[in-house]
Every structure is written in C-alpha cells, then in structure tokens.
Design a binder for this molecule. Structure first.
Ligand SMILES: [Zn+2]
Ligand SMILES: [Zn+2]
Length: 329
C-alpha cells in the first residue's frame, strides 16, 4: 500500500510505501476510494493540536470498501462500502461515554490524528466506528460528508431551531450546512473574508439569503451563528450579529485567541458554545438525512500523491467547497 505520511510537524507529507497490514480483532481494512481534506488536517500538519503523533497518515473523511475483516467484527462484510470518520475509538467506560457523550471521551482516538487515516490507498479502522454508506452516491461526492457534513450537522443542531442562521467561513462544512438549513426552511446568512466575492457568490448560489464580509452586520439580527473559520476575532463579531438570547457555536477544533470584548456582547442571555468531535449517533442521523436533503457537495479532486498541493490550496482558499484525494485519479 501507499500513504502520504507526515514525518515531522510543519513538513510536507511524504509518498511512502508500506507493508499491507492485516486487520486485528474488531478491525476492518478499507481500500480507500476517496478521502476528503479537512481544515483539521492542516491543524495536524501545523502541530496546532495537543500531543501530536508523528509519523501519522492524516485524513478522516474516508470512503472506501472493506477488503479484509478481523476476528469478531459484526455487521460489516468484505466488499461493503463504508465511511471512516474522525472519531476512531472511545473507551466506553468513562463518564462521558456512559452519559451518551462519547464525543467527549476521556481516552479517545481520532482518525488521521493519533490513528493512521485515509491519505493512503488503504487504512485500518475499528469496525464499530465506521459507517455503512450503501451504494447510492459517488465516492468523491460522499467524502466531505464524513467530517464537514457530520460536524456541520452537530453544529447546526447545537445552534438550535432559530430561523436565521449565520455561517462564518463558507468552506466545506458551511456549504453543506447551508443546504441542510435551507431544506429545513431556514434563512442562511453567509460571512466570508472581506473581499472574498467568489465565496459570497458561491453561498448565494446555494441559496443563502444574504452573503457578505465577516466584519459586516447582517441585514437583520441572527437567531444563531456557527463559526467554521479559525480567527478568534470572529467570536465578538458573531456575538454582535445575534439577537438577545441568540447562540454562537464555535465548530472548529482550533481557533486563534479570542480578543477581549465588552461584556455587553454576551449580556442579554446570548450563549457562546463549542462543538467537539462527533458521536456515532450524529453520523447515523446525518447520513440518513443527507439523501433526503439531496445534498450536492462541490468537490475538487486531487490525485493522492498531490496531497500537499491540496493542503496548500485549502490553506490559501483556492477552491470552493471541498478538496478530495483520490488514489486512482
Ligand atoms: Zn470514554
Ligand atoms: Zn475534519
């Protein structure tokens, strides 16, 4: 098998040949058909997440087919198409696992962060955390659903049921969430980097009621806002944009420091919360909803060995929607 391996933080991924491993008990081996590129992969490469593990194969939006099954695996068979998401393993015994909050597990493993992921021709996953994907939909089109879609969905649920939803940072996650929110009958307000007219036009093309720069006020107060972009400066801007009692959800795994702001922005029962990881329930809920919504993902495919280019294009905002690595491109 081949993998794009991060051998030192801040470095380039290296095209590496590795021996094909047999899946252990409870594991499946997945022949990768497509793997989305997520902003979290950039945070992994940049060493912005705690306790980085190197060498590591990034990638946690994996679509592929089971090609070997370890002992004791239930419900997944060779040839079946599956998705391997960010949540790779949980302990099952901590208070969070017991309380239905496995996304907050005290001893988790995450795909492409502390367990090798999908920037490869094959990957090994704990079968209990993989999702059966069925046969509908194209591999490349499905890949962004595995993180941008799932985390976006968890964030939208966390945002509550308000009618007017703001999305800060209109990338892979927001372009999916916008379609779900619109399908639910809500109005989407898209905020991009000032001057990023292409992303604003992209948001309008997906049905956003309004699109503008992140430092602009929306035309009416928002019920909730979700921040997908990393600058901490967006937090006070989003608080300013939501109504009394409104909620701001920080959906990223990493943000730059939040500047101090007047208490008046939080006053009147505005809420500021974050979303961390996903539960398997989120995945099952979202993946069953996605076909009903008719989500169309906008993807830019790259050959697997061009992973560094895909990461650098993501960093520079050179495409709309999501980049997806394809081993056989
Ligand atoms: Zn746990
Ligand atoms: Zn991700």
């Amino acid at each position: 098998m081949h993998a794009m391996v991060l051998t030192r933080l801040h470095g380039d991924l290296e095209w590496t040949e590795r021996a094909e491993r047999q899946p252990g008990p409870g594991e499946i081996r997945v022949k990768v058909a497509a793997c989305g590129v997520c902003r979290t992969d950039l945070h992994v490469v940049d060493g912005e997440l705690p306790d980085p593990k190197v060498p590591i194969v990034p990638g946690h939006e994996v679509v592929g087919r089971v090609d070997a099954v370890g002992a004791g695996v239930d419900g997944l068979t060779v040839g079946e198409r599956v998705g391997v998401p960010w949540l790779a393993h949980t302990c099952g015994v901590c208070p969070y696992c017991h309380g239905g909050h496995e996304n907050l597990c005290d001893h988790p493993l995450f795909t492409g962060y502390n367990r090798d992921g999908g920037f490869a021709t094959a990957t090994i996953a704990d079968a209990r955390y993989a999702f059966p994907l069925g046969e509908n939909g194209d591999d490349v089109a499905l890949a962004p659903l595995l993180c941008a879609g799932l985390i976006g969905w968890r964030s939208l649920v966390m945002a509550g049921e308000g009618q007017r939803v703001g999305l800060y940072g209109f990338g892979a996650a927001a372009h999916i969430v916008a379609q779900v929110a619109k399908w639910q009958g809500r109005s989407v307000f898209a905020f991009t980097r000032p001057g990023d007219l292409a992303s604003q036009a992209f948001a309008r093309s997906l049905g956003a009621a309004w699109a503008g720069a992140s430092d602009e006020a929306p035309p009416e107060p928002l019920d909730a806002a979700i921040i997908f972009a990393t600058p901490g400066e967006l937090v006070p801007l989003a608080l300013k944009a939501v109504r009394k009692g409104g909620r701001v959800v920080c959906a990223g795994i990493h943000m730059s420091d939040i500047p101090s702001f007047p208490y008046g922005l939080l006053w009147e029962e505005r809420q500021l919360v974050s979303v961390a990881n996903l539960t398997r329930r989120d995945g099952l809920d979202f993946l069953s909803l996605a076909p009903k919504v008719g989500i169309v993902t906008h993807t830019t495919p790259y050959p697997l060995d061009q992973a560094n280019q895909a990461l650098s294009d993501l960093r520079a905002g050179r495409f709309e929607g999501a980049a997806v690595l394809v081993p056989q491109c």
